[in-house]
Design a protein around this ligand. Structure first.
Ligand code: ADP
Ligand code: MG
Length: 313
């Protein structure tokens, strides 16, 4: 199969809201009146972000999901994506499933694939996502204020538990592993939440490198510190089962791949946040100073071996 047949067969779909989609030297896109373009790229590299034998449908899903998560964290409505693929060979069975997973996620969020690049090389999947947001309302990292509450969506650490199990660091029971594997392989981008937070949240980020690392970016950008209550962190039943171990604590505070949102909001908006209609948990508060302190139920500081994932750390 030629490069062009491959693109035509697996990655060319109608893109009715684009002025011009796949097939020319560039796509042409018109942003809605009064909105600005939010653009972000996220790359998944074989052996770094996934294993070579990963289910291609789920990989297609996740490749787009991690990018949608960045739109969610900005409060943007995702509209278009480009897909840069480096493939060891044109494996049709793999491409069929990968593109089906990718487009299933795209359809769920009304995202149109409008271009990309396809080359031979080590397996590498890179998406650039484009969305729209009201310029003055975009959720940035630098708006957290002393006194704001810190919130997270969903439950934290399950994806990292699944990874810890795969690495042989902990042992999960069969049903525990399937529950956590779903968090690892089928992350749910919180796009609707991001939109609901416009005008309420003072800052936001998606948790891809671990709660402490990602909250740390908000703290640095906003020039503030934080206090977290360890006991208030939202955890799954599986996490509760393994809660006493150091590895589980590490997964909860510093495990990557959750793709939940962490955001700050004034105390005065507390009840409004709770009416958004999904699981949202207040886990602490913004304080003057720098860095993040995590306190256990007895009020003691929790010290971790590692604060989060850093490719060059
Ligand atoms: P060029 O040589 O101008 O970069 P290409 O031959 O790389 O163009 O790509 C031809 C068309 O197919 C372009 O519109 C490009 O955006 C699109 N395209 C290439 N690879 C992909 C892909 N993996 N998914 C979607 N569109 C793609
Ligand atoms: Mg090209």
């Amino acid at each position: 199969m030629s490069e062009f047949d491959l693109i035509k067969r697996y990655f060319t779909r109608p893109a009715p809201s684009a002025m011009l989609g796949v097939g020319d030297d560039a796509a042409l896109l018109q942003v809605s009146d009064g909105k600005v373009l939010a653009v972000s790229t996220d790359m998944l590299v074989c052996d770094t972000h996934f294993f070579a034998d990963a289910d291609p449908f789920l990989l297609g899903h996740k490749t787009l999901a991690v990018n949608l998560s960045d739109m969610a964290a900005m409060g943007a409505v995702p509209r278009w994506a480009t897909l840069a693929l480096s493939l060891p060979d044109a494996d049709e069975a793999w491409l069929e499933k990968f593109s089906a997973g990718f487009f299933a996620m795209a359809d769920m969020h009304g995202v149109e694939l409008v271009g990309g690049d396809t080359t031979r090389g080590p397996l590498n999947l890179s998406v650039t996502i484009m969305g729209e947001v009201e310029a003055s309302l975009a959720l940035r990292r630098n708006g957290a204020k002393v006194g704001d509450e810190i919130w997270v969506s969903g439950r934290l650490g399950d994806a990292a538990l699944a990874l810890a199990h795969l690495k042989g660091l902990i042992v999960l029971a069969g049903d525990e592993f399937s529950a956590c594997a779903s968090a690892l392989h089928r992350p749910v981008p919180r796009v609707a939440l991001g939109r609901a937070l416009l005008g309420i949240a003072t800052s936001a980020i998606d948790i891809s490198d671990g709660l402490l690392a990602d909250l740390g970016h908000i703290l640095a950008a906003s020039n503030v510190g934080a206090e977290l209550d360890f006991g208030s962190l939202p955890v799954s039943v599986v996490m509760q089962n393994h809660f006493d171990g150091m590895i589980a604590r590490q997964c909860l505070l510093a495990g990557g791949d959750d793709y939940e949102l962490c955001f700050t909001a004034p105390v005065s908006r507390h009840t409004e946040v709770l009416t958004i209609g999904m699981k949202l948990t207040c886990i602490g508060r913004i304080v003057a100073g720098q860095g993040c302190i995590v306190r256990d139920e007895a009020g003691n500081n929790i010290v971790l071996e590692s604060a989060g994932y850093d490719h060059f750390g």
